[in-house]
Design a protein around this ligand. Structure first.
Ligand code: SAM
Length: 254
């Protein structure tokens, strides 16, 4: 898969894109990333990319002509979708990451300052993605978030394919708790079942703990999930445990 990132600050990408799994995925040719400087498409001698907003008001607006030249230079005649990172976009989630991971190529447009010219959004952007309901300085961090979340879903990127299958959101639940050696630390023991070597019991324990965590932290996820028979049984067990504990609400901190 190939990502083209359009930005005014290409230098921001060096660290995150070269380290760890993203760096390895690029070295092994599973993914490639080109970071393009929008400023290279400003034609005047001062390389101006922004201007004051028509109608007045605070902040600077990225210019339509510069952005369109940048997008067209990268997109060429291809059908590659252009995604604008924007707090006004659809909120990015694991399902969207999985959909994007099926595409051969994506163009990610990072905005900056007050906004980009609206005409770019209307005519050159295919869809907008937000990484959450807060406003960042620029679309660079959101672009990195999208590249990271999509890349780790590509076949061959994670050493063990099953590791993302159990991740939070992958099957509509949060991930179960994890432990590693030592089995006892300052009197705190790892749950016995994990040391038993009994794979069915371990799988059942993990599913139950994933359900417990999801009810406590993200009950909204369970409302959307098609539950299997086993999941229903485990939820019944959890309900019985909660009622024995006298727990009436689902907040773990209570
Ligand atoms: N005036 C804009 C608004 O209120 O919708 C916010 C502009 S923000 C200061 C500058 C740039 O940061 C945006 O053009 C966008 O590319 C990026 N950005 C900020 N927050 C974001 C978010 N939550 N998700 C994705 N991109 C974001």
């Amino acid at each position: 898969m190939h990502f083209d990132i359009l930005t005014l600050f290409p230098e921001m990408f060096a660290g995150p894109l070269t380290a760890s799994i993203l760096g390895k995925a690029q070295k092994s040719g599973l993914v490639s990333v080109d970071v393009w400087n929008i400023r290279d498409h400003a034609l005047d001698k001062h390389k101006i990319v922004d201007d004051t907003p028509y109608g007045g008001g605070a902040g600077m607006v990225l210019k339509v002509d510069v952005l369109v030249r940048a997008i067209e230079a990268v997109k060429g005649d291809s059908e590659t979708p252009v995604i604008y990172l924007s707090p006004q976009g659809q909120v990015f989630n694991q399902d969207m990451a999985a959909q994007l991971a099926k595409l051969p190529r994506l163009i990610l447009l990072s905005g900056h300052y007050e906004e980009i010219d609206e005409r770019v959004r209307q005519h050159w952007v295919d869809f907008e993605l937000s990484i959450g309901d807060y406003v960042l300085t620029g679309g660079e961090l959101p672009a990195m978030v999208v590249v990271d979340a999509v890349t780790r879903l590509l076949p061959g990127v994670l050493g063990d394919e099953s590791s993302f299958q159990q991740d939070s959101f992958q099957n509509g639940l949060l991930d179960h708790p994890h432990y590693t050696r030592p089995a006892t630390f300052r009197g705190m023991n790892v749950p016995e079942v994990l040391l038993s070597g009994h794979h069915d019991n371990i799988a059942r324990y993990r599913l139950k703990e994933a359900l417990r965590r999801t009810i406590m932290r993200r009950p909204d996820l369970l409302e959307k999930k098609d539950l299997s028979m086993e999941e229903r049984q485990l939820l019944d067990e959890l309900a019985a445990e909660f009622s024995a504990e006298g727990r009436v609400n689902t907040n773990e901190s209570d």
